[in-house]
Design a protein around this ligand. Structure first.
Ligand code: FES
Length: 349
């Protein structure tokens, strides 16, 4: 299920002093496998210092492109993002899982007005979404509020300015910098007043069809709450969490004792016993079962499975809706078994 393909790095471009855009060449025979919707991500597998790392990175390029570009901001000394920013070279080959993810914009024949709020590297999927929105209908409009510390730290700054010049009547970007003032940006973090300034002042007569939020959890909550206070329906708000750390939070103790686990992956069923304090995905990987996963932090959704018997409790969930949880879906990287027996199926999702 967790299939990886060897892809060659076609180009690497510095975006900021601590971020690069990495472009992969997609061979013709893999075009179908690596086809994607704007907003999706890929997972890269890389062994560093004898340890296998998997990291999920959103795609910034347009689905129409014949290559895939991702943005990688250096967040960890000695980790994959450090490696990508300092050692990765054109011509290197990396193991890459095909695109996935539910934070997507689908092309439509009808005109759409879209607003997006991004902070830091959260701009990456928004780049792909913005290009797709502008390209899919001549009357589509796109409003972007993008927060960073300074202009120097702003990923895709030049590309965004170019989009603004190319589509001055349809693409509107508001840069907001929290540490360094500049002439063409707002000052401060994205807050209630920034959201209201963009939507209730600058674009007050626009009826937005969708809102795309991508960045740290605090920004997503703030923007989402402000939109809801402005009577925006929840189903118009789409978000993708971007954490700036790759370190997992300490997990609170869930339930005591052991659980008997049955896991189905790729039509094969495995049984084993695990400590209920462990996470289901960790226990599955310890058994060398080839289950799908990527971020291991509850942000990407690639580890979703369906509970067919028993119960589990999630440490963190920003992805699954109440309805999906009621249907038995769980993020296995966040779930502890809470019953003596737990059966999960990765195929039935
Ligand atoms: S592996 Fe990303 S949400 Fe579980």
């Amino acid at each position: 299920m967790a299939d990886f393909y060897s892809l060659k790095v076609k180009n690497i471009k510095a975006l900021t002093p601590s971020a690069v855009a990495v472009t992969f060449d997609i061979p013709e025979e893999l075009f179908q496998t690596f086809a994607f919707s704007a907003g999706q991500y890929i997972t890269i597998k890389k062994e560093l210092k004898g340890k296998e790392l998997r990291r999920a990175y959103s795609i910034s390029s347009s689905p129409k492109s014949d290559s895939i570009t991702i943005g990688i901001k250096k967040v960890d000394k000695g980790g994959f993002s450090d490696y990508a920013n300092t050692k990765l070279a054109i011509g290197d080959v990396l193991e890459v899982m095909p695109p996935e993810g539910r934070f997507v914009f689908h092309r439509s024949d009808k005109p759409k007005n879209i607003a997006a709020f991004a902070a830091g590297s959260g701009i990456t999927p928004i780049m792909s979404i913005a290009e797709t929105v502008l390209d899919s209908h001549p009357e589509n409009t796109f409003v972007l509020v993008y927060g960073n510390k300074s202009e120097k730290e702003t990923m895709f700054y030049t590309a965004l300015v170019k989009l603004q010049l190319d589509h001055s009547d349809r693409f509107f970007v508001y840069f907001t910098n929290s540490e360094k003032r500049s002439d063409d940006s707002l000052f401060g973090r994205i807050d209630v007043s920034t959201v209201n300034y963009a939507l209730k002042n600058k674009h007050k007569n626009v009826d937005f069809d969708g809102y795309y939020l991508c960045g740290p959890e605090s920004m997503i909550h703030l923007v989402s709450d402000t939109l809801k206070e402005n009577e925006v329906a929840s189903d118009k708000i789409h978000f993708e969490l971007f954490t700036t750390t790759e370190i997992k939070d300490e997990l609170p103790v869930s339930a005591d004792g052991e659980a008997q686990i049955e896991v189905t992956v790729d039509d094969e069923t495995f049984s084993f016993t695990m400590d209920k304090k462990m996470l289901v995905l960790d226990a599955v990987l310890k058994e060398n079962i080839d289950a799908p996963y990527s971020c291991q932090g509850g942000v990407c959704s690639s580890c979703i499975a369906r509970i067919t018997e028993g119960k589990a409790e999630m440490e963190k969930n920003q992805i699954l809706t109440d309805g999906e949880i009621a249907e038995g879906f769980i993020l296995t990287c966040q779930a502890h078994p809470t019953t003596a027996t737990l059966k999960v199926n990765y195929d039935d999702v």
